[in-house]
Design a protein around this ligand. Structure first.
Ligand SMILES: Cc1ncc(COP(=O)(O)O)c(C=O)c1O
Length: 289
C-alpha cells in the first residue's frame, strides 16, 4: 500500500513530499509540531493536542495554518489514505517560506503545514513488559521548553548519548542536579510512600498531554501524586520510575545510569498505570479535563 503525506494543501506519495529550501522550518527551526497517537483508528487526546498546537503557535506569534475543523478532517483523510489503525500522526507548522532573514516575514506569508503518519504496533512493544533504562544527560536547552518547537538539537544530542549508552531515553539534568524531563518524554518516579512524583508544568518542561492524562487517571483511581521537582539522587532511590509520551504511554524504567530501580523489574504501580492508560487510549474509559 503506498504511503502518503500532506504538504501545504496536497496529499503526495510519502517519498515525494518536499518543502522549499527557504522554508523557515528548514532555515531556523522556526516551527512547532504535534504527535497524536492513533489507537484502533481513534486519535487519542486529539482535543488537548490541538489545544497545545494552538498554544505553541500563539507563543511564537504564528497562525494556525487552517481552521481547526479543517485540520481535523485533513488528519483523518491522511489516516484513511494510509490505512492507519495504530501508530501516530505527526504534524508540523512553520512560519512559511521567505527570503532568509532572522526577522519575521510579512503577515501575508502563509504558514507551512506538513503531516505524516507512522504505523506502530502498541500491542507487541517489549518496552511495556520489560521496561527500559535511562541515562542522565545535561539539560542544555533554552528558557521556553514549554513550547513544542521543532528546535530540538539539545534533545537530539541527549537521545544520541542515550542510544550510544544502550539506553532508551536521556533524562535531562539541571546544573543543580534536578531532573527536568526526558529528551522526548516526561519523567516520573514513585517515592517510598507510593506517591507519583513529576515536575510541575513550567518553562522548563513540555507539559505532556500523556502526562496530563496520567495525572487525571491517577486522581480518579485515588493514587496520590506530587507535582514537584525531584533530583537525580532521589530518582536513584525511587521505588519505581517511568517515562510518558504519546507513543511511550507509561513505559517502566528499570535502570537509571548504573542504578537498578526497585528490584530492577517494571514496578507494579507503573504497570497499573499503563493498564489504565491503554484502556483510555482504546476508548474504554474517559478522563476529567
Ligand atoms: C521534550 C518532551 N517532553 C515531553 C513529551 C511528552 O509529551 P506528550 O505526552 O504530549 O507526547 C515530549 C513528546 O514528544 C517531548 O518531546
Amino acid at each position: 500500500m503506498p504511503r502518503y503525506c500532506y504538504v501545504n494543501g496536497q496529499f503526495a506519495p510519502h517519498n515525494e513530499g518536499a518543502v522549499h529550501i527557504e522554508d523557515r522550518g528548514y532555515q531556523f527551526a522556526d516551527g512547532v509540531y504535534e504527535v497524536v497517537t492513533v489507537a484502533d483508528g481513534r486519535l487519542v487526546d486529539e482535543g488537548p493536542h490541538l489545544d497545545r498546537l494552538e498554544r505553541s503557535l500563539n507563543e511564537l506569534r504564528m497562525k494556525m495554518p487552517m481552521a481547526r475543523k479543517v485540520l481535523a478532517l485533513k488528519m483523518r483523510e491522511l489516516m484513511r489514505l494510509n490505512g492507519l489503525r495504530d501508530g501516530l500522526v505527526y504534524m508540523q507548522v512553520t512560519r512559511g517560506v521567505a527570503p532568509r532573514n532572522h526577522a519575521f516575514p510579512a503577515d501575508s506569508v502563509p504558514s507551512s503545514l506538513v503531516m505524516t503518519t507512522k504505523k506502530m504496533n502498541f500491542a507487541t512493544m517489549k518496552k511495556f513488559t520489560d521496561g527500559v533504562s535511562v541515562i542522565s544527560t545535561p539539560d542544555m536547552r533554552w528558557a521556553r521548553c514549554d513550547i513544542k518547537t521543532t528546535s530540538l538539537l539539545p534533545n537530539c544530542l541527549g537521545k544520541q548519548a542515550a542510544v550510544e549508552a544502550g539506553a532508551y531515553e536521556g533524562w535531562m539534568i539541571t546544573e543543580d542536579g534536578m531532573v527536568t524531563e526526558g529528551t522526548s518524554s516526561n519523567a516520573w518516579i514513585i517515592n517510598k510512600d507510593g506517591a507519583l512524583v513529576t515536575r510541575p508544568p513550567g518553562n522548563e518542561i513540555l507539559n505532556g498531554i500523556t502526562r496530563q492524562t496520567i495525572l487525571a487517571l491517577a486522581a480518579e483511581e485515588g493514587i496520590p501524586f506530587e507535582e514537584r521537582a525531584f533530583s537525580l539522587e532521589e530518582a536513584y532511590e525511587a521505588r519505581e520510575a517511568f517515562v510518558s509520551s504519546a507513543t511511550s504511554f507509561v513505559t517502566p524504567v528499570v535502570k537509571i545510569d548504573d542504578k537498578a530501580i526497585g528490584n530492577g523489574k517494571p514496578g507494579s504501580l507503573s504497570e497499573r498505570l499503563l493498564g489504565y492508560y491503554k484502556e483510555y487510549a482504546a476508548g474504554l474509559r474517559t478522563r476529567a479535563a
